[in-house]
Design a protein around this ligand. Sequence first.
Ligand SMILES: [Zn+2]
Ligand SMILES: [Zn+2]
Ligand SMILES: [Zn+2]
Length: 137
Amino acid sequence: MTLADFLRQRGLRITIPRQHVFNILQHYERPISIATIVAEKEIIDRTSVYRTLELFAQLGIITIVPMGWKKKYELAGPFKPHHHHLECISCGQLVPINAPEVEQLIDSIAAEHHYQLSSHHIELRGTCKNCRRTANT
Ligand SMILES: [Zn+2]
Ligand SMILES: [Zn+2]
Ligand SMILES: [Zn+2]
């Protein structure tokens, strides 16, 4: 599905900032910050980037990935399969992880409390093998 189709089905128009922000998110294939998006396309002002990201988050087009005290954004929903990340706090390496056991556990916790979940966030932070090796020598 294209972004234009997705928006049209929800009665929304495709606009230049919407298409640009989407293209940048698609290009990076990892969570990126607002600063990265703004730097890529200086013709779009920061306010339209914020507004677009807000809309995309509401529509489930993107997921907000909390990384330390910063927020990053990545495609989600129909445009990218659901996953989580391992983040190295030393070198910033980001490893996408798929953990069906975790997803099942989350579903069963939600069911137990009679909740229908709209989202969940799990990010694992630590030190990667390489960085531990460097620290030890
Ligand atoms: Zn990711
Ligand atoms: Zn590392
Ligand atoms: Zn998950």
